[in-house]
Write a protein that binds this ligand. Sequence first.
Ligand code: NAD
Length: 491
Amino acid sequence: MTLQVDTETRVNLRGHLVPTGLFIDGDWRVTDSSFTVTNPADATVIAEMADGTAEHALAALDAAVAASSGWRLWAPRRRADLFHRAHALLVERADAFADVMVLESGKPRAEAQGEFALSAGFFLWYAEQVAHLHGTYQEGSPGGYRIIETHQPVGPSLLVTPWNFPLLMSARKAGAALAAGCTVIMKSARETPLTAALFVQTLHDAGFPAGVVNLIHTSSSAKISSAVMADSRLRKVSFTGSTGVGSTLLTQASEHVINSSMELGGDGPFIVLDDADVDLAVDQAIICKFRNAGQACVAANRIILHSSIADEFTSKFVARTRDLTVGDGFDSKVEVGPVISQRQLDRVVGLVKSFQEIGATVLTGGSAIEGAGFFFEPTVLAFTTRRHAFCNEELFAPVAVLYTVDSVPEALAFANDTHYGLAAYLFTSDLSRAVTIAERLDFGMVGVNRGIMADPAAPFGGIKASGLGREGGHDGIYEFMERKYVALTID
Ligand code: NAD
């Protein structure tokens, strides 16, 4: 197949020129067909993206394989210097990233700026780690030889990202993979390809060699992933998204035993105990629930209140929810943007209706907002019973659901009663109680008296149906490396 090289196609978004092609082997490429990107705040089309096919994805894999042997040999300091150049260029373009994220994902600009800062922080974390990877050396058990343990890049990697945090997911995965010495094929989310394009353009401008970073956009993800995953030259898949798609990729990965990291769905309990600082819990619940219009895997999915503080928490939380300003993310007063698409809006409308049918009381909100964009009122629902058909469904919406319990064992049992295990939150003023309960929560991450978890220095990830592996922290980079043991005979 001859791929058409494109040097021209860019879309102008609020003065920022963003490429709309596929990025393969160091060039932007056009395709015969395209798909549109929509601004969820007003339902207007903001760009036409090149629509990649399985052939494009395999061309990207060819490029990643060809570039791999050179890239893996770059000395740590040289690679770290390149990372620092890329980080500086990312920071120069902070405004462009924030604007593009608001346009294609709908999030308020302050949140987009926060996502930018966290993404740049992850990239910097990996830049600093590149130069500090180490192995071990020890004597063999019977003597006479030495055990040298080292790490090497796992190889060409497929990085599949969702739309809810388009820059964070790209930077967190690509940062770790590239720092480890892997070449990558990034597959953007259909709804948010422009942020990924700007990110890849920035890495290219910083000097990442041709073929090391490749980017595919597509309207048919399944075809792309099936083609690439069936090719044994691919050695790693790192995916963030729903548990259903994650399972499909794991099945595909089994054919060639491809190394897999999965960041999947969540069903986060947010527990407020009788001795909690209720005002702090309300503040954090507002962020944890309504950030990104509730479309976060670590969002508070079940707010579990001890009966002794339930009334106070509920009245304060409902009042704060009613005060939230909803609208276009470019308006600086706006705190909650639209949901990502009409399909998502329809799903939220259906979900709230189903909750009401099984006995939930609507304390505020509950309806879609009339108009061109995909807006839903910040909503609070309350249940008197804690077990119901949808209690473990990932809401992924600006909808908070409150439950009341009478004891710590009851709270803990309800919190753990889910097949997910990503993030949990606990509010209490008793440190020893906090430690005991945190140890008993079956989740990969527990926030104590805080509702925000992500940090470049922390291992982000879940257990059970929420995934495999960790992103960030001291081990994040090793997700893209294999351990190698060399036995060396000594005379
Ligand atoms: P999704 O699984 O539908 O899509 C995620 C990505 O996978 C997108 O790029 C999509 O285009 C792609 N995709 C879809 N089908 C595919 C296939 N068959 N093969 C390969 N790629 C495919 O999820 P979503 O709706 O975009 O995101 C929401 C989900 O992501 C939620 O469940 C949420 O909890 C999860 N999520 C998890 C984390 C985490 O770190 N654990 C972070 C953000 C989102």
